[in-house]
Design a protein. Structure first.
Length: 359
């Protein structure tokens, strides 16, 4: 088992990474303050892992909430089901929520924990590669609004993140690729050596080679933890974690949540960010092509959907959370391994990037 720490003063917490951790009661117990526990999961993960986690937590006063699966349900109506169960089962302020599932479940459970009786503890047990390398770490929680993704939410840190790599065995290949998008992101923004390693090992990673995947998760979590520790509430550097996400969120919103997976949209969005960085003369063509090739190697799209026009992008990107005082800011690359958040680009270059996927 590997252990990392997200250093946030009194809100610091551990990340445990290893196979079979779902069965290790002693990992959970220190982070459960009271007798009550509410496990939140979705109806895809429930039949796979809910019983195992309940057995691990035998003896606690357990409630279970099984939500419908998918991004389309990351909304107020579904969130309400968590509160309904907590109240019906009389959970008090010492209760602990456990998010068992992918990023949708983690984001919703964390948000519920931030609101329920003005804030209760929660533990992340991420079961997708994407949630293990990204969404379970860092304390961003929330839900979607029809007008924009993740528009309602809170910064709220978990007490612990428990990553059971064995849970990846049931993950469909398309979801593995989606998770690899965020892994590649860390290399592009922060660590060229890691990107080299990813390029060399991509086929084994897609095949879920246990040791390599564990290493990829650990390096990804370490980079995320470092960036979050430097800027918990995204006043500055944390925004680099959104490489490809402004374009990607527009793709997700235009296609309807759940059509393109988040990681797929981020893959195409990172390819667009590489393209735009090249057009601005910040990286050369070889670096741009290499970045795009690695994204494609992971089985991800590198172009936006053909049905999406530059006008669609401009309209949908206007609600991005990085827009400040009406000005769009983008995460672009000054070099492979070095990202910046910037509004220093001309509209023509942006338009050229937006138009490249559109025939
Ligand atoms: P997800 O939660 O929808 O999970 C993807 C699919 O995999 C679902 O169908 C789920 O039921 C299924 N699944 C989960 N675990 C499984 C397993 N072990 N075996 C088989 N199937 C399994 O999506 P995701 O890709 O995990 O996360 C995407 C979400 O995360 C988006 O809503 C995105 O906005 C959010 N996100 C949040 C942050 C953050 O910092 N909070 C960061 C990145 C992404
Ligand atoms: Mg993401």
């Amino acid at each position: 088992m590997q252990q990392l720490t997200v250093e946030l003063g009194e809100r610091s917490y551990p990340i445990f990474i290893g196979s079979g951790l779902l069965e290790q009661r002693e990992l959970f117990a220190p982070y459960i303050a009271g007798k009550q526990v509410c496990i939140v999961t979705d109806d895809t993960v429930a039949p796979l892992y809910l019983d195992a986690l309940c057995r691990t937590l035998d003896g606690y006063q357990l409630s279970r909430v099984v939500l419908p699966t998918g991004e389309a349900y990351k909304n107020w109506t579904t969130l309400q089901q968590i509160f309904d169960t907590l109240l019906a089962s009389r959970h008090d302020r010492r209760t602990t929520l456990i998010a068992l599932g992918g990023g949708v479940i983690g984001d919703m459970t964390g948000f519920a924990a931030s609101c329920y009786q003005r804030g209760v503890d929660f533990i992340q047990v991420p079961t997708t590669l994407l949630s293990q390398v990204d969404s379970s770490v860092g304390g961003k929680t929330g839900i979607n609004h029809p007008a924009g993704k993740n528009m309602l939410g809170a910064f709220y840190q978990p007490r612990a993140v428990i990553i059971d790599t064995a849970s990846l065995r049931s993950l469909p290949p398309r979801e593995v690729s989606a998770g690899l998008a965020e892994v590649i992101k860390y290399g592009l923004i922060r660590d060229e050596t890691f990107l080299d390693w990813l390029e060399a090992n991509m086929q084994e990673l897609r095949g879920l080679d246990h040791d390599l995947v564990t290493q990829a998760i650990a390096r990804s979590c370490a980079i995320k933890a470092e960036v979050v520790a430097a800027d918990e509430r995204e006043g500055g550097v944390r925004a680099i974690l959104n490489l490809g996400h402004t374009f990607g969120h527009a793709i997700e919103a235009q296609q309807g949540y759940g059509q393109w997976l988040h990681g797929e949209a981020v893959g195409a969005g990172m390819a667009m960010a590489l393209d735009m960085s090249r057009r601005l003369g910040w990286i050369d063509a070889a670096a741009c092509d290499r970045g795009i090739r690695i994204i494609a190697l992971a089985g991800l799209p590198v172009r936006p959907p053909e049905t999406m026009t530059p006008q669609d992008f401009v309209r949908l990107m206007a609600v991005d959370k990085k827009v400040l005082d009406g000005q769009l800011r983008l995460v672009l690359l000054e070099a492979i391994g070095k990202a910046v958040v910037t509004a220093e680009f001309d509209t023509e270059t942006l338009q050229a990037t937006l138009a490249q996927g559109h025939p």
